[in-house]
Design a protein around this ligand. Structure first.
Ligand code: SF4
Length: 109
């Protein structure tokens, strides 16, 4: 399965996202149910309040993503313990923007 990952733009300076690639390739943590997946896109939310995530998710779906995952920096606040205050609204907007057969995954690890 091809997965597009959306990450927090605020943590790009701190984290290269290597754990996301590792858990996706190994099919562990958030990918235990799907098994190993291919990351076909790895983009940021575009900055607060995350509105650009919607268009970016749509493009990733158009280009083959069958699931959109919100990286743990968004939903869990990794690696500094500050979760995104806009996560719920961002998720809902992405949910409304892509087909219902696209899985949304709320964290990565
Ligand atoms: S909207 Fe959330 S995920 Fe995006 S930069 Fe701001 S805090 Fe990070």
């Amino acid at each position: 399965m091809k997965v597009g990952i959306i990450r927090c733009q605020q943590t790009e300076d701190l984290c290269p996202g290597n754990t996301d690639f590792k858990v996706a390739a190994e099919g562990v943590r958030a990918f235990e149910e799907t098994g190993p997946v291919e990351i076909m896109g790895f983009v940021s939310c575009g900055g607060c309040p995350g509105k650009r995530a919607v268009g970016r998710a749509k493009v990733m779906v158009e280009r083959g993503a069958k699931a959109i995952a919100f990286a743990s920096c968004i939903s869990r606040g990794n690696p500094i313990g500050m979760a995104c205050p806009h996560f719920a609204a961002m998720r809902e907007s992405v949910r409304n923007a892509v087909s219902t057969d696209i899985f949304l995954i709320d964290y990565t690890h």
